[in-house]
Design a protein around this ligand. Structure first.
Ligand code: UGB
Length: 434
């Protein structure tokens, strides 16, 4: 898991072991020990200095993340990066996809690759949820010719290097700390990835020549306590109900700033509860499936006075089409080398299904597909960031991106369940999700 404050995990590592320097009396021996100690200290400091001076990831801004991402660089690595990002179709893009080993990242990367765009992935493979699933997605992409660089978006030196090797036309920024409820357990990870990480990426993009156009993942959660439905992009988003939502909203404001000052073309996509094959094990539909199959009871939330809790569940293939539509209609950034040359495009779109379904109905569909009755444990919606209801107005995305979702929850869950049973039974893998 990412944490904001990464203190060294072995603070006692460099403690002097007294027994290694025994004092046997006698000035001369003391002096020679001291001289030896001084000599070896200089050698040690010298080695440390040379290491940091020469290391490609030693930028002052790259902090903890850089320490974990030292496996990049070198001619062979650069060749892999270049090959992966090579455009293979006329008028194709070369896209840096952050969070490429994530759920949406994997699907978008493979769709771009299939149509001939150059794609380079970036992912830190953190353990917020089972990293073996991320590795399996990585293997899938590797077979499709997409290389995922292992590194963090907070590693400015790595990002700069990537832009030196490839003049990306677009960035699809999907790396984030996801999950609404987990924000209460690990708030720092949201600030680290969704705010600091986003700024780190934008800083490098704004300096790049040419500047890429950026499409990035915001969230339906920015609507927070908004009660006007369906949610439209013009509605208020100043009442977030979770820190996750607040960091995504902050992202939208940060996007405005970089667009305004540096001329970066920025498009934010408000995803509405995305589900499907290769999904995220921390999401309800995923762990409900696991728990129903294991005969475990599942907590189903309800609002005040038994009020319905519902989501505008959106199938991954529809989301991918929305992402590609956003990339295809993104105008070029107008700046270069940190200087704005004119006004640039700034957009925000809802990508939902525009058909909210109560969570209890989702469970009924899963029961039918799994042929197992769920042990339902209905409880009050906890005060941990959840909102009762989401519903997207998608007319803007329809008009501007040609976005038109076509998969209903029944069909989408059927595809998910087929994948789930196949994935976890075929390799004997355990759905060790949370
Ligand atoms: O649209 C988004 O922007 C967000 O979508 C997703 O958040 P949510 O819509 O909250 O999805 P998810 O956790 O699957 O809960 C689904 C439903 O099950 C209910 N729910 C949940 C847990 C539980 O134990 N019981 C329960 O009833 C719960 O109350 C809810 O009604 C992403 O996780 C998030 O990263 C972000 O992308």
């Amino acid at each position: 898991m990412s944490h904001l404050d990464h203190t060294p995990s072995t603070p006692g590592k460099f403690k002097m072991d007294k027994s290694a320097y025994p004092y046997h009396g006698g000035r001369l021996r003391w002096h020679s020990s001291l001289a030896k100690l001084t000599f070896w200290s200089f050698v040690f400091i010298g080695v440390i200095f040379i290491f940091f001076y020469r290391s490609p990831s030693s930028s002052s801004s790259s902090s903890a993340a850089a320490a974990t991402s030292s496996s990049w660089g070198g001619p062979a690595w650069e060749k892999k990066v270049r090959t992966s990002a090579r455009i293979r179709s006329r008028n194709g893009f070369s896209v840096l996809v952050t969070g490429a080993a994530g759920f949406v990242g994997t699907h978008v990367s493979s769709a771009l690759k299939r149509r001939g765009d150059g794609v380079l992935g970036l992912d830190n493979f953190n353990d917020y949820y089972d990293p073996t699933l991320k590795r399996a997605r990585q293997a899938l992409l590797e077979r499709a010719g997409v290389f995922i660089v292992e590194g963090d978006i907070n590693d400015a030196a790595l990002l700069k290097k990537l832009f030196e090797v490839v003049p990306f036309t677009h960035v699809m920024h999907l790396a984030a700390q996801a999950g609404v409820r987990y924000a209460m357990q690990n708030p720092g990870s949201y600030v680290h990835s969704n705010i600091a990480g986003f700024v780190s990426l934008l800083e490098v993009c704004k300096e790049a020549t040419p500047q890429p156009a950026i499409v990035w993942a915001s969230s339906s959660s920015v609507y927070g306590l908004n009660t006007k439905v369906p949610f439209s992009e013009k509605d208020r988003t100043d009442q977030p109900a979770s820190l996750y939502a607040a960091t995504k909203k902050a992202g939208e404001e940060i996007a405005h700033t970089y667009n305004h000052i540096y001329g970066l073309s920025l498009t934010g996509l408000r995803f509405f509860t995305v589900y499907g094959p290769w999904g995220r094990p921390d999401m309800a539909y995923f762990f409900f499936t696991k728990d129903i199959l294991n005969g475990k009871s599942i907590p189903i939330f309800e609002g005040e006075n038994h009020g319905t809790v519902a989501r505008d569940f959106t199938y991954i293939d529809d989301i991918v089409k929305g992402c590609l539509g956003a990339l295809d209609t993104a105008q070029k950034s107008t700046g270069s080398g940190g200087k704005k040359k004119g006004p640039a495009q700034l957009r925000v779109f809802n990508l939902g299904n525009t058909s909210p379904i109560p969570v209890t109905n989702l469970v009924t569909i899963l029961e039918r597909l799994l042929k197992v009755k769920a042990k339902r444990n209905v409880m009050k919606l906890p005060r941990n960031g959840d909102v009762q209801f989401t519903h997207a107005n998608i007319s803007l995305a329809h008009r501007e991106l040609g976005y038109k979702p076509t998969t209903n929850l029944q069909t989408g869950l059927k595809k998910f369940v087929r994948w789930y049973l196949n994935y976890y039974s075929a390799a004997g893998k355990k759905a060790d999700a949370r």
